[in-house]
Design a protein around this ligand. Structure first.
Ligand SMILES: [Ca+2]
Length: 299
């Protein structure tokens, strides 16, 4: 199978930088220049830290568990849609299925923007679309694409996609989720990527606890590449790691699934919000899901 074109591969999988020549083979003058440059960069970094403060802890990968629970379920399937065909890929659930739902006409293939190729998928939500009761007497509405429910307990699953929020997108202080991972019969999302009032954030919720992560901002009108690594587990070996434009921006380790609920997990992209008047439109491209990083980047 080789469904990723070269451009897509280059986005999802950045090849390692070519190794520099060994210092012993480089002329002395070149090494001196290199040392001076390094010293200058270090000094600049120290000055920058002194000016802006470097109190924030760097984000590191969630610690690897020495004895993660081994699953007897089949690994996550490999799914891919570059939205270049005349219709959505077969794996997307229909508009009226479960909780990933959309109104007629809400999901369209579009040539307005493309991360690669000529098309992406355009998702629009209007006031009252698939309205349901939310928390605290709120009403929620949605246009969601659901990539399917799978028995992924105690397994790693990777998801990648690109999104673009147009320049004229309404920036409002209203709850808005653009991507989430969920356990089928649990109401709260395990992980939700949010964009509210111009702030880009992520929440991880499990076992009654909720953690908030601030994600880097982005420019409306430009593509953003996301990569999620999830390990669905009711125990300590669960994890959530999120990369944005190739940089690790959030890492959580701990439970990511609820006991006593179904071994069925799914991922949605789209627009899920508290009810409001102005419509919203977002674009997605290059959706990929698979059981490992290599499975979604080197097919
Ligand atoms: Ca495309």
């Amino acid at each position: 199978m080789n469904w990723l074109d070269t451009e897509t591969k280059s986005i999802l999988w950045k090849e390692p930088e070519p190794k520099l020549a060994s210092p012993v083979h480089r002329p002395v003058a070149e090494r001196l220049v290199s040392l001076l440059r390094c010293a200058r960069s270090c000094l600049a970094l120290i000055l920058l830290c002194a000016l802006v403060g470097c109190s924030e802890k760097p984000i590191t990968s969630a610690p690897a568990q020495t004895n993660p629970t081994v699953s007897t379920n089949p690994p996550a399937p490999i799914l891919f849609d570059d939205f270049e065909s005349s219709k959505l890929a077969e794996f997307w659930l229909p508009a009226d299925y479960g909780s990933g739902r959309y109104a007629p006409g809400a999901i369209k293939l579009s040539t307005n923007y493309a991360r690669t190729g000529k098309q992406s998928v355009e998702v629009t939500v209007h006031e009252g679309d698939i309205e349901q009761a939310g928390d605290d007497d709120t009403k929620v509405e949605r246009a969601d694409l659901d990539s399917g429910h799978f028995p992924l307990l105690d397994q790693e699953t990777w998801y990648a996609f690109s999104f673009l929020i147009p320049r004229d997108f309404p920036v409002v202080d209203t709850r808005l989720v653009i991507g989430s991972c969920k356990q089928t019969d649990v109401s709260r999302p395990i992980m939700a990527q949010r964009y509210r009032n111009g702030k880009h954030t992520l929440t991880v919720e499990s076992h009654g606890k909720k953690e908030d992560y601030k994600l880097p901002g982005f420019k409306q009108g430009e593509w953003v590449d996301m990569l999620y690594r999830l390990r669905y587990s009711t125990g300590k070996d669960g994890l959530v790691e999120v990369w944005m434009n190739g940089k690790l921006v959030a890492a959580y380790s701990g439970p990511t699934a609820e006991e006593g609920f179904r071994n069925a997990f799914y991922h949605k992209i789209g627009l899920y919000r508290d009810r409001m008047k102005p419509p919203m439109t977002i674009y997605f491209d290059n959706y990929i899901m698979g059981p490992s990083r290599t499975s979604i980047s080197r097919q």
